[in-house]
Design a binder for this molecule. Structure first.
Ligand SMILES: Cc1cc2nc3c(=O)[nH]c(=O)nc-3n(C[C@H](O)[C@H](O)[C@H](O)COP(=O)(O)O)c2cc1C
Length: 301
């Protein structure tokens, strides 16, 4: 009943781990999969190791958290070793990659595609990319270039992950679709946001600015999924503030085929996956829905 199929990849249920939360090593991803997630997305990684920002990198605020981790990661070679150790039993493994140039993205696709079912392109990375402006995902042209370069070499479905921090997300979505993206995930964090420590009169985060996630961003994510669903013909994965089965139903009715969960795991623990699956199944039985497919996009006229 909870199964969903995205670009020919079958998920046992529509819940997956969002990039950046517990996705740095095989043991935490195995734990998430054993806890009921249909799939996991790794932490975003790059060709070479990247230190990220110094602490503090996250701070709690009303309605969620603000983070500026800075995409710290040990590089592709290390990540490949972790991906090899994931226990594959009826689950879906997605690698999240980022880079500064088309070549870096296509090299990463070639490096990891033998180990995963799908690849998510983090084109919504908030910090400056050498020679590529502030953020790839804020430009239709750069998004198109990066998706095309990745698709040229891809043998697995490519997901482009979109940022909400743009004037019109549907334009970016259409550029990615035109470039050959198989699927879109949305949204990455909202911002920039800031929290000031009033005792020392300084921003809390070492980077001062960060991206907001958690409950408060859900309405923004829902409206973005709703708008993008009307603009493109490829499947969507909803992300942003999913805590309950009711949140998942909202995303599916708005047009998502599945959802990713990040901040809720920090607040509610890994049990959030089994709790949501159970609630979702009861909701579907009570309302007479036999499959996820028949629920997708029904909030549209
Ligand atoms: C601590 C933290 C680290 C994150 N790291 C990444 C990352 O490496 N790559 C990425 O695409 N998104 C990253 N994100 C964004 C999440 O994947 C997700 O898009 C966002 O947090 C909204 O979902 P949520 O409200 O369920 O957390 C990160 C979010 C948080 C809170």
């Amino acid at each position: 009943m909870l199964k969903t199929n995205i670009c020919g990849v079958e998920f046992q249920n529509p819940l997956m781990l969002a990039a950046g939360i517990m996705g740095s090593n095989a043991s935490s991803m195995n734990w998430i999969l054993k806890s009921g997630a249909g799939g996991v997305v790794s932490k975003s990684f790059s060709l070479n190791p990247h230190p990220g920002y110094v602490n503090p990198t996250t701070v709690a605020v009303d309605g969620g958290i603000i983070n500026a981790i800075g995409l710290s990661n040990p590089g592709v070679e290390n990540f490949k070793e972790e991906l090899k150790k994931i226990e594959r039993e009826n689950n879906v493994v997605i690698a999240s990659i980022y880079g500064a140039t088309p070549d870096e993205f296509s090299t990463l696709v070639c490096e990891v595609q033998g180990l995963v079912d799908m690849i998510e392109l983090n084109i919504s990375c908030p910090h400056a990319m050498e020679g590529y402006g502030a953020s790839i995902g804020q430009s239709c042209d750069l998004s198109h270039t990066i998706v095309s370069a990745s698709k040229d070499v891809a043998e697995v479905p490519i997901i482009a992950k979109l940022t909400p921090n743009v004037t019109d997300i549907t334009e970016i979505a259409k550029a990615c679709e035109e470039a050959g993206a198989d699927c879109l995930s949305l949204i990455n964090t909202v911002g920039p946001g800031m929290k000031i420590n009033i005792d020392v009169a300084k921003p809390v985060l070492s980077n001062k600015f960060g991206g907001m996630s958690g409950r408060a961003i859900k309405p923004i994510a829902i409206s973005n999924v709703y708008s993008v669903y009307e603009a493109v013909d490829i499947p969507l994965i909803g992300v942003g503030g999913v805590y309950t089965y009711e949140d998942v139903v909202e995303f599916i009715f708005a047009g998502a085929q599945a959802v990713q969960i990040g901040t809720a795991i920090m607040d509610e623990g890994v049990e959030v996956f089994s709790k949501i699956n159970q609630g979702l199944e009861e909701f579907m039985t009570e309302k007479g829905y036999a499959s996820i497919d028949e629920m997708v996009g029904i909030a549209h006229d």
